[in-house]
Design a protein around this ligand. Sequence first.
Ligand SMILES: CC(C)(COP(=O)(O)OP(=O)(O)OC[C@H]1O[C@@H](n2cnc3c(N)ncnc32)[C@H](O)[C@@H]1OP(=O)(O)O)[C@@H](O)C(=O)NCCC(=O)NCCS
Length: 315
Amino acid sequence: MSSPPFPLRTERLTLRLHEPRDRDALLSYYGDPKVARFLLEGPWDEATTSTKLAERIARTGLDSPARALALVVELEGRVIGDVALWVTDETGAKGEIGWVFHPDAEGHGYATEAAAAVLQLAFERYGLHRVEAQMDARNVGSASLCARIGMLREGLRRRDWWSKGEWTDSLMYAALATDQPRDHGDAIVVSAVTLRDADGRVLTVRKRGTSTFMQPGGKPDPGESPEACALREVREELALDLAPRLLELTGVYRTAAANETGRPLIATVFSHPHLSAESTPDVAPAAEIEEVRWLDPREPMPDDTAPLLRLLLTP
Ligand SMILES: CC(C)(COP(=O)(O)OP(=O)(O)OC[C@H]1O[C@@H](n2cnc3c(N)ncnc32)[C@H](O)[C@@H]1OP(=O)(O)O)[C@@H](O)C(=O)NCCC(=O)NCCS
């Protein structure tokens, strides 16, 4: 294995090894409680930053004694975040990836661009067979990033991390070296909501002019968060007002789009207990929805079920 050349350059970014001068930049975002919300550790103070930086300076590659790589991400000479990759097994065939970015840099695809470059490095330069990512199950931003770089959701571990005074669920994502190209290209991005009745049936909808049944949901308006989009779509399509605090992330999935053949779909899927008190409650279609149907996951799946629903409901 030959050491890759650093810095790595992507279209807009430079990824380089950590240096002593990065202390203030790291503290500027790791010290922010909003950034630390879903991290296992609390906000960093100055002493923690010095200790962490010293550890990171030694992480110069999977072939270094640390068996880890820690890169800062620069945009026009300013550090805006960092991406790390480390080996997780004896043979050095498996790794894990993680990322943290400054809130000022969010929303431009920089984390996606940097993480995709490190994932490519993991497979093409370090020859890893599998790369995993795990995150607090409420961390929609991080799960979306996984889906954007082509990592697949593999599961949810219930209450497996003690974090900031509570047991938290973790979402598990992974990519294999043999997976299809990771570029999300012209993917359609949507939010969808799984609403179940008291017997576990799933509410599906069919849009006017289409033949496939899917969960309620749709594309976000510009600047709209996945959660806000999910709530709005359910309000528009079914005239239901869901309580935002009960919306729970199931995961971000990548699959085929139902109504736009040939295009990939990146779907942020939530569940919500709004209809779970009754058996097949009466729900009326609104706006662009022509038909509502309850799907029983214990029955054979009808042919007109959308690919995302199949993925979600197939064990
Ligand atoms: C997780 C984290 C890195 C995600 O940041 P992010 O800004 O959502 O990710 P990106 O930089 O890739 O930007 C993607 C967003 O920019 C938009 N975007 C704009 N231009 C884009 C482009 N050229 N390419 C891709 N996305 C683009 C995307 O649509 C997306 O917006 P959306 O979430 O509203 O759909 C960030 O929230 C973070 O650092 N959080 C705190 C630390 C943390 O929790 N780390 C993970 C621990 S497991």
